[in-house]
Design a protein around this ligand. Structure first.
Ligand code: BGC
Length: 424
């Protein structure tokens, strides 16, 4: 098919960030945290209070945990045993969208349909028990404003969700109504937390030296424990860092944003998260090819291309309907790599901005950052690029910060939030 090598090289360059640019992003990120805390609207970081501090480690008991925020909805019945230990008693999971069958994430679905579907998953872990009282913790992974831990109002959808009637509504109230419609009167939704908060709670349940929780998946976001000096008790803040906007977008970023559900919002997320990486690759390919392509690469396709050029050639051919040789697919690997490396480098800049803010004028304390999500866990190049970028940004301080995979924290964190609510 013949690749335009000059255009390919230009696309790779457009996704490349040097150390100075990265330092500037980290500094701007810290600046926006501090302006966000002052309530200054110039900040692109909402820093939303979670109405929770860290768990003590003593939390115990049986709880339901709902995890709603990505491709699948998951419900667990968990027994917390203290100090990082728990057992899973029952679990249910279902996709929110099955092509050709149903889609609870699109604008034609209503809040009632969506929450009735979720209530069905809650019912599945009850094994027909509509008597025993349960507290439910809800990990709801979208920007939400809270006045307390018990409920949260969706500010606006992200990750291309568009279900009608949920923006502006209280999500635990919607869930409670759906549970009652299904005859489930014994489940009380008592806490709502962001998935980043869930990851932080789950990691801190086991180890005390965790102050930052991160999701690096379909969406990307971070939370941290704000100590507020001596002024008031420490509280976890959901940064909604995907909305950070003081960046240098390239032409593909601008094009992707313009064609998205919410132009102008979630600018960092659109440059780093799994929902968008394949779309960026596709836009660059259209530019290289000089014509529109019929379908879009996903981040999984990028992983295939990076690990095996022959399999990558098949994926390119299947999706774009153009025949590619393995050599041509191999020539496209640097493009996929540049998109992934930029993603990991920008996430490292956000972590660094938080570390700088938490340290203030003092030293960075030894700690771990708890990270969950498929991009961090599974995508080629991501972990090593993140580690390398942290070294570039923090120099010798990087040795004090351990990046730790905290898989499955969403469910455990939701149960912990329900337990912590009980203790309040
Ligand atoms: C949402 C965040 C969430 C992140 C990861 C973003 O799109 O706005 O609330 O934490 O995705 O799921």
């Amino acid at each position: 098919m013949g690749l335009n090598e000059a255009k390919l090289a230009a696309a790779v360059a457009a996704f490349t960030l040097d150390t100075d640019e990265l330092q500037a992003v980290a500094a701007a990120f810290r600046y926006d945290i501090e302006r966000g805390l002052e309530g200054n609207t110039e900040s692109t970081l909402p820093v939303l209070p979670a109405y929770l501090g860290l768990p003590t480690g003593e939390e115990q008991g049986e709880y339901l945990a709902l995890d709603f925020g990505g491709t699948n909805v998951r419900v667990l019945r968990l027994r917390l045993l203290g100090h990082g230990n728990f057992t899973t008693l029952a679990k249910a999971a279902a996709p929110l969208r099955v092509s050709g069958q149903y889609d609870y994430t699109g604008s034609s679905a209503t809040a009632t349909e969506l929450f009735d579907f979720i209530a069905g998953q809650v019912d599945a872990v009850l094994d027909g028990d509509h008597q025993t009282p349960y507290r439910l913790g809800h990990t709801f992974s979208f920007p939400s404003s809270q006045k307390d831990l018990r409920d949260a109002r969706l500010l606006h959808w992200t990750k291309e969700f568009a279900t009608s009637g949920v923006e502006g509504a209280y999500v635990n109230a919607l869930l409670q109504e759906a549970l009652l419609r299904r005859g489930i009167g014994n489940v009380q939704p008592t806490a709502v937390i962001n998935d980043t908060v869930a990851v932080l709670l789950a990691a801190a349940y086991e180890r005390g030296d965790t102050y930052i929780g991160s999701i690096y998946a379909t969406g990307q976001n971070n939370c941290y424990l704000e100590s507020y000096g001596e002024q008031r008790p420490a509280m976890i803040l959901n940064m909604e860092s995907g909305n950070f906007g003081k960046l240098l977008p390239n032409a593909y970023d601008l094009q992707l944003d313009a064609g998205s559900e919410k132009p102008g919002r979630q600018r960092l997320e659109k440059m780093v998260s799994g929902r968008y990486l394949g779309a960026l690759f596709t836009l660059a390919m259209e530019d290289i090819q000089g014509r529109p392509l019929s379908s879009s690469f996903t981040s999984q396709d990028m992983a295939v291309l990076l690990s095996d050029a022959a399999a990558g050639a098949e994926a390119l051919q299947r999706l774009f309907g153009i025949s590619f040789s393995a050599a041509e697919a191999a020539a496209l690997q640097p493009l996929a790599a540049a998109i992934l490396r930029r993603s990991a480098r920008l996430v490292a800049a956000a972590y660094t901005g938080i570390l700088w803010h938490r340290a203030g004028s003092g030293p960075i304390v030894p700690q771990q950052i708890a990270i969950d999500g498929s991009v961090y866990e599974k995508m080629p190049l991501v972990q090593e690029t993140l580690t390398q970028a942290m070294k570039e940004l923090l120099a010798e301080d990087a040795a004090k910060v351990q990046l730790r995979l905290a898989a499955g924290g969403s469910g455990l964190g939701a149960a912990l939030a329900a337990a912590m609510c009980k203790e309040q």
